[in-house]
Write a new protein. Structure first.
Ligand code: ZN
Length: 486
């Protein structure tokens, strides 16, 4: 503890020096027009470093897809620009979080030639778009899974729509292999849908048909209970892709908040075959019964889990975390023979989330949001003993009374740009300040360049619309519940 205090005092000195050097008119955020839940760890990557620039996609006003770019050499921001309109968006922008869908936020990547790809815009896809053979379509407001590509390489100013993926989907996730092959993973519709991927071998110009890997189905003898999943995909060692996932027992009709257990499997990109951590070949699409037998890491019983992220060490062994019940983050790794017992990284509650960097089989750093009393923090937690114990490093960001939402790690990240954070201001309705944050804090920007919502704020204030507060939100939920029981 003493060491930590001395370390933080040293760093505090360093931070003061940096802020003296920076322009006083600079702000921590590159834009204030993030909207609702602008980015998360699930739809990912949401940023990629490519040839000196970090490209970022996020959900802006009207739930549309916006893109910005940060040039690291001259420390200049470009954009953000509106890349694509979201069919699920509402006009005017809602001021209550419950009125925002948030499933259509973008994932993005940069291909081998420097073209920027964005997939966004759906919570299952509208049933009017045709028949969904791999799941249930969304509601009439389910949008359409949409693929955009930049008109020119390394240029966010103009976008082209490519009609080459299924319209039915949500939670898009890109994985690009060393040879340039692109896998687009997503859930093929609303809750009662398979998780699939579509593969492209021509830099995303065409995609092969969806391949189902996690199967949704009614439980045997219990048609009102439905097996479903939340899954997270990333590149593994060499030509492999990791999949970590949690089980979702959904109601049909209806929906539950249940999420349980944690599972893992991986794909071999040479022949697109799947195996479990022990190397046993799997048959996809994986059912709940099959997953329990072959890919289960941790049985949480009735207790709630949620997806985290998964990264590999040089041996290719997976390290992962999942969120556990009241905001805990639990870490486990495959030793080559077995999964280690999941260990709580952050003591206590809160709403921790983030990503991890695996330095060696026993040394891992996790960048996480957390609460320190009433202060929202983002910073590193480190283990040097294979995950048995974790030490908190100095926070990179800290905000008394506030909190941050965090993205997965920027693809190909640098020390100047690790993750994207969003932060709400009580007076800014559902608009969020968006930050690119590195080891030493955010990539700053002149305040005047980062201001995009003045017109919206003025219109809302003049119309007398009050921003949602914690209290009004809780009261609204209570009233809704009461109406339901009536
Ligand atoms: Zn559900």
């Amino acid at each position: 503890m003493k060491i930590f205090n001395r370390y933080s005092a040293f760093l505090l000195g360093a931070v003061v020096l940096v802020s003296q050097a920076a322009n006083v008119a600079d702000v921590d955020y590159f834009t204030d027009n993030g909207f609702g839940n602008p980015s998360s760890t699930l739809q990912h990557p949401t940023g990629e470093y490519y040839k000196g620039t970090t490209y970022i996609a996020y959900q802006g006003p009207h739930e549309d897809a916006w893109v910005a770019a940060y040039n690291h050499a001259n420390k200049k921001w470009l954009g953000p620009v509106l890349a694509g309109v979201n069919l699920m968006g509402k006009t005017p922008d809602p001021v209550k979080n419950d009125d925002v869908d948030n499933h259509g936020k973008p994932a993005m990547m940069v291909d081998e030639k420097g073209y920027i790809h964005v997939v966004y815009g759906a919570h299952g896809g509208s049933p009017l778009l045709g028949k969904n053979t791999l799941g249930a379509p969304g509601s009439l407001r389910g949008g359409k899974l949409t693929h955009l590509v930049s008109k020119n390489p390394e240029d966010i100013s103009a976008w082209v729509k490519l009609d080459n993926i299924s319209p039915f989907g949500t939670y898009p996730q890109f994985v690009q292999m060393d040879d340039g092959d692109i896998y687009l993973f997503y859930r093929h519709g609303s809750h009662w849908s398979d998780w699939v991927y579509q593969k492209s071998t021509d830099s995303g110009r065409t995609f092969q048909p969806p391949v189902s890997i996690l199967k949704h189905k009614a439980q045997q003898g219990k048609p009102t209970e439905h097996d479903s999943w939340y899954a997270w995909f990333a590149k593994g060692q060499g030509d492999t892709i990791t999949a970590s996932y949690v089980y979702h027992r959904c109601d049909n009709p209806g929906h539950t908040n249940d999420r349980n257990n944690t599972y893992f499997m991986k794909m071999n990109g040479k022949d697109d075959s799947w195996e479990n951590a022990a190397g046993e070949r799997l048959t996809v699409s994986v059912t709940k019964e099959y997953a329990d037998k072959k890919t289960l890491i941790f049985n949480s019983g009735e207790e709630r889990t949620n997806h985290g992220t998964c990264r590999v060490d040089k041996q290719g062994n997976p390290h992962l975390f999942f969120r556990y019940d009241k905001g805990q983050v639990r870490y486990s790794r495959w030793t080559g023979k077995a999964w280690t017992m999941p260990v709580a990284v952050i003591p206590g509650g809160g709403s921790a989330d983030g990503d991890m960097v695996v330095e060696s089989p026993t040394t891992v750093r996790m960048i996480l949001t957390s609460n320190n009393g009433n202060t929202g923090e983002v910073g590193w937690w480190k283990t040097a003993d294979g995950g048995q114990t974790w030490a908190k490093e100095r926070p990179i960001m800290a905000k008394p009374g506030g909190s941050y939402d965090i993205s997965a790690l920027i693809e190909n990240f640098t020390a100047e740009g690790l993750v994207i954070l969003s932060e709400g201001q009580p007076s800014d309705y559902l608009y969020k300040r968006m930050m690119l944050v590195g080891e030493n804090g955010p990539a700053k920007r002149p305040a005047a360049e980062a201001s995009y919502i003045q017109e919206q704020l003025t219109a809302l204030r003049e119309a007398g619309v009050q921003p949602e507060t914690k209290e009004s939100r809780a009261a609204g939920k209570k009233a809704k519940k009461k109406n339901k029981t009536n």
